[in-house]
Structure formats: structure tokens, C-alpha cells
Design a protein around this ligand. Structure first.
Ligand code: 5GP
Length: 235
């Protein structure tokens, strides 16, 4: 009898838990900085091999969203967790407008970028994230709540072609404003160029210190202004 009840309980649990409820420990909210990701009009600063030729830039000086990613402490992460949850993009005019300014692709189709982020990462974020709309809503809410530009400006860290900042300065500024240590991503040799900032969140979306990622490439770093020029200006 006890065995039969146990089997029934397992079957009921399997039906109730969404198929995309997978194993992960925390979220990364990853944000990109066009001044570091894109090629620069100051050619002498364009020494890094992996700068992109960008065709779209944020209107304002903001860190735009790259994605919200479920992750594990061991450095692995789940991906493409629900084949049936295809991106349909039916998000309404207001949300699409907000995504266009806060979550643009710098060098491809916006729809393609959003589709990729939802299908690769968002489908693994259940049951906290209920569906596609919820994925974009919750990610935008987090972005709104934790403004990286405000945090950096408050600490006197502003985009510059001259200044070299320390990793510690960035980490302290973000920790002071959000309560948690981020991961910094940079490209190029020291002094490297800041490309992304990742914040870590618990599964109930509270900021936590990032312990798994490494900011080791970013010892001294440039925080370059966004150079809103298209690839055609490059010879
Ligand atoms: P992920 O880093 O989420 O695993 O992959 C990002 C994917 O989106 C890549 O295939 C990349 O080419 C594409 N993509 C399109 N636009 C952008 C962009 O502005 N930034 C980044 N990081 N990836 C983009």
C-alpha cells in the first residue's frame, strides 16, 4: 500500500512540476556595454581582435541586457530546456518598444537575439519564470531596479577615452549600490576594455555575491564611451 502511494505521489509531482523545471543554483543577469563590445571610432583604441562591427547602438549611455541565465555553482548551465516553448514574439507594442531600447542586438536582428535568449536560457528558468512574457518582464524589472550606470556614476566612474580604472573600483561601486559583488568581462590585454557586467541573483531574484565567475582579465580597465558610428566609417 505504502509503495503504491509513493508511486502515485511521484506521478502526481511529475505532472504538476513544469517540464522545464531544471536544476540550477542562481541567475546571472548579464548586461553589455556597446563602448566595449563594438568597434570604436578612436582607432588607436581598437586594438582588440574581438570587437564587433555594430549596426545598432543604445540611444542613451546604458548597459543593455544580454540575458537572464540560470547557472550552476560548478560553472555549468542548462540550456534549451523546453523544445515546445518556441519564441512567438507576441509580446505587445509596449513591451516590444521597451525591449528595443533596453535589450537590443548590437549587430543582428533584435527578434533573433530575443528568441535565442528565451529558447536557450529562459526555457530553463522555470518554475520561477512562467513563460516567455514573464521572462522578458522579470528581466526588465531587474534591469530597472539595479541601474549600473547610476552605481558607477555615483562612484565617479564614467566613460572616458583617457582614464584607466581599477577592477576593485568597479566592484566596490556596484557592491555599494546593489549589495552584491558582480563579475566583470573585458577584452584585450591589460589595460583591458570593459565589455559586460554580470550580476548574480538567488532563485527568488535577490542580489547575491557572484562567486563562480572570474573577472581576472579585468585588472586595469578602460570604460570607453559608446562610439555611435557604423562600420562604414572604418577603412
Ligand atoms: P549567449 O551569449 O546568450 O549564449 O549567445 C548570444 C547569441 O546572440 C550569439 O549567437 C550572438 O551572436 C547573438 N547576438 C545577437 N546580437 C547580440 C548582441 O548584441 N550581443 C551578444 N552578446 N550576442 C548577440
Amino acid at each position: 500500500m505504502a509503495v503504491r502511494l509513493g508511486v502515485i505521489a511521484i506521478i502526481v509531482a511529475a505532472i504538476l512540476v513544469p517540464s522545464y523545471a531544471v536544476d540550477f543554483d542562481f541567475f546571472y543577469l548579464t548586461r553589455q556595454w556597446a563602448g566595449g563590445v563594438c568597434k570604436h571610432s578612436h582607432k588607436q583604441l581598437d586594438t582588440e581582435e574581438n570587437r564587433r562591427t555594430c549596426t545598432r547602438y543604445p540611444d542613451d549611455d546604458i548597459f543593455t541586457i544580454h540575458g537572464l541565465w540560470p547557472n550552476r555553482e560548478d560553472g555549468t548551465w542548462p540550456s534549451y530546456c523546453d523544445d515546445s516553448a518556441k519564441f512567438d514574439g507576441d509580446l505587445g507594442k509596449d513591451l516590444l518598444e521597451e525591449l528595443s531600447s533596453e535589450w537590443p542586438s548590437y549587430y543582428g536582428s533584435n527578434y533573433g537575439f530575443w528568441k535565442h535568449e528565451w529558447e536557450k536560457h529562459g526555457t530553463c528558468a522555470g518554475p520561477l519564470i512562467a513563460d516567455e512574457r514573464d521572462y522578458f518582464d522579470k528581466t526588465l524589472e531587474l534591469k530597472e531596479k539595479y541601474d549600473l550606470m547610476d552605481a558607477l556614476t555615483a562612484a565617479g566612474i564614467t566613460p572616458s577615452t583617457e582614464e584607466i580604472y581599477s577592477r576593485q573600483g568597479f566592484e566596490d561601486a556596484i557592491k555599494a549600490a546593489t549589495g552584491a559583488k558582480p563579475v566583470l568581462l573585458c577584452s584585450g590585454k591589460n589595460p583591458a576594455t570593459l565589455t559586460e557586467i554580470w550580476m548574480c541573483f538567488s532563485k527568488d531574484l535577490k542580489p547575491i555575491n557572484c562567486t563562480a565567475g572570474t573577472s581576472s582579465r579585468c585588472r586595469d580597465l578602460r570604460f570607453l564611451p559608446i562610439s555611435r558610428t557604423h562600420s562604414t566609417t572604418y577603412s
